[in-house]
Design a binder for this molecule. Structure first.
Ligand SMILES: CC(C)(COP(=O)(O)OP(=O)(O)OC[C@H]1O[C@@H](n2cnc3c(N)ncnc32)[C@H](O)[C@@H]1OP(=O)(O)O)[C@@H](O)C(=O)NCCC(=O)NCCS
Length: 154
């Protein structure tokens, strides 16, 4: 369902600085992407990125990469702290899943830190299940959970 508060559009290269600062604000040093890493993912030819705006100002974004022909990977989803719990994360996730479904992907994978309880609640709400634990995935100390969801239409 459309959310009148937010407008979604594709990422443009002019957005880079804003997205990088938002990612820095969302994650601690060591988990947040370096400029080089974020730039790599945003310009990856096997992926896409969607930006969410309110009143022309970027409030969040999602970066997706196609891992295999039939699987999408959420590289990151970031919503500005003061815009959370207003449905933007859901809009971004639904838009990304819908685009992947149209591109004949039938599953989505992602990693999340075991101590990121807001994100775990969010993904559970979106139907993601734990596939496995990846020891010391973040900063060589914090475990990650790999989550997955089937998105095929039937
Ligand atoms: C995870 C994140 C993207 C969610 O974005 P959001 O815009 O706040 O999400 P929504 O408003 O669409 O939330 C949808 C539902 O997810 C769940 N949820 C989201 N945030 C939650 C929280 N802090 N605590 C508990 N449940 C939460 C709720 O069920 C919520 O529905 P409700 O508000 O009606 O209860 C956002 O918290 C964020 O950017 N976090 C920092 C970056 C991050 O950790 N990203 C994930 C990386 S793996």
């Amino acid at each position: 369902m459309a959310n009148p508060k937010f407008n979604l559009r594709d990422y443009k290269s002019e957005d880079f600085e804003t997205l990088w600062k938002l990612d820095q604000a969302c994650f601690v040093a060591g988990i947040a992407y370096t400029r080089e890493e974020l730039s790599h993912f945003l310009s990856h030819r096997n992926g896409f990125s969607i930006v969410g705006e309110r009143n022309g100002s970027i409030q969040g974004f999602i970066v997706i990469q196609r891992d295999h022909i039939d699987a999408g990977h959420v590289i990151t989803i970031d919503v500005q702290a003061d815009a959370r719990r207003a449905g933007l994360g859901t809009l971004l996730m639904n838009a990304a899943e819908s685009r992947l479904r149209s591109a004949k992907c039938d599953s989505v994978l992602l990693e999340v830190a075991v101590d990121n309880l807001p994100a775990l609640s969010f993904y559970k709400r979106h139907g993601y299940s734990v596939l496995k634990t990846i020891p010391r995935y973040y900063m060589n100390s914090i475990d990650a959970l790999m989550l997955g969801k089937r998105i095929s239409s039937q």
